[in-house]
Write a protein that binds this ligand. Structure first.
Ligand SMILES: [Zn+2]
Length: 384
């Protein structure tokens, strides 16, 4: 149950803009204002059941604040004026019409806990013993209450974020809507990354594997060092397994740095792709020219891993990739792992691990060399 609960970590409260400010990505045409007002007016009858503690914890204007949060979110999404943002806005509007939403306010966990809120993404998270039925959200009063404007804005942005989870959008599983649209509409990130968040939010509905979406969210994920980089790495990888050699996915893959430290594999991979004239964009050339500040023996290992990656992701040849992986001396690999027990080695480890798991799936799928692979993979796991 717990793994399905999505938690918004406590973030530093940055100075905020006025709540009714419209996202900066696209000014709202005046003829649309009337339309939005039309959308908002029937929503005064939103179906929301408030917990008894909410007014006690957050004050008698709490209901008004919830409505402001949703109204501000709807205005912002409509102001972005993309198909995705309009679709998300419609879903948000329907969320409060189709079923009764439960908003509970209580103290979650200990005083030191960083949990600000919890919410349901589907009916599997119903908690009948607590009378919580999807869609519900629980606000951690300890962390969210306060009379100053910044606290009120943080509370509003949290309600909006959790409502997006209530629309069945989780983190790391499909497009990242909660963080990007929250940062866009409530300015919860740094001011410099807000526009990137708006672009990602505006492109976010639909297939997360879509390369247009990946390229739209990538600048935001990089600039904010979001954990979504892990999901993006995974998505581009999946895309390349389906479409080996796709330039759009390869461009994204060499730009994603999901792990801390120098990303040796990406730079070596970019050099390889540019040298072999597979990629020739300015960005790929720029990455290929970046200095690699790592010990020579790690760069040599990265080159061997990239050879595996080129066979797997560019040629789509899992058997060849497996043969190249087997040429990596496992005892030498193990020795390097012990010597560089830090970020320098970790991305090489995770890089090769990713490759092996996909080689394994492919070989398993085609029932070729499966036993041989299992044996090799077992040894690889033992050394790490
Ligand atoms: Zn969340």
């Amino acid at each position: 149950m717990v793994k399905y609960l999505f938690i918004l970590g406590l973030i530093t409260i940055a100075p905020r803009v006025l709540a009714d400010e419209i996202c900066p990505a696209a000014p709202l045409p005046s003829n649309q204002l009337a339309e939005i007002e039309k959308i908002l007016s029937p929503l005064k009858q939103r179906q929301i059941k408030y917990g008894n503690n909410c007014a006690k914890e957050f004050g008698t204007d709490f209901e008004q604040l919830v409505n402001e949060s949703i109204n501000d979110g709807l205005k912002c999404l409509n102001g972005l004026n993309t198909q995705s943002s309009k679709d998300i806005s419609k879903k948000l509007e329907n969320l409060f019409q189709d079923r009764t939403n439960i908003i509970e306010c209580k103290n979650l966990g200990t005083k030191d806990s960083t949990i600000t809120a919890e919410s349901s993404v589907d009916d599997h998270q119903n908690r009948p013993e607590e009378k919580l039925f999807h869609p519900y959200l629980i606000l951690n009063a300890d962390k969210l209450k306060g009379d100053d404007p910044a606290s009120k804005e943080f509370l509003k942005s949290t309600i909006f974020h959790e409502s997006i989870h209530n629309m069945s959008y989780a983190h790391g599983d499909g497009p990242e809507i909660a963080y990007t649209c929250e940062a866009c509409c409530f300015n919860t990130g740094s001011p410099e990354t807000r526009d990137l968040a708006c672009r990602a939010c505006g492109a976010s509905l639909g297939d997360a594997l879509n390369t247009k979406y990946i390229h739209a969210i990538l600048p935001w994920a990089q600039a904010t060092k979001s954990t979504y980089r892990l999901a993006l790495d995974d998505l581009t990888y999946k895309g390349l397994i389906q479409e080996p050699g796709s330039k759009d996915y390869l461009e994204a893959l060499i730009q994603i740095h999901p792990f801390a430290g120098e990303d040796i594999i990406n730079k070596v991979m970019a050099r390889n792709l540019v040298k072999n004239q597979i990629l020739n964009s300015d960005k790929a050339i720029e990455i290929s020219k970046l200095p690699i500040e790592a010990p020579a023996e790690l760069i040599q290992l990265a080159e061997k891993i990239v050879a595996v990656r080129m066979a797997l992701l560019v040629e789509g040849n899992a058997s060849k990739a497996f043969d190249l992986a087997k040429r990596i001396d496992l005892s030498h690999y193990q020795a390097l792992g012990k010597k560089y027990q830090n970020d320098d080695f970790s991305n090489l480890y995770y890089g090769l691990n990713d490759d092996l798991s996909h080689i394994g799936k492919d070989i398993e799928l085609q029932k070729k060399r499966a036993e041989e692979f299992e044996d090799f993979h077992f040894q690889f796991k033992i050394v790490n």
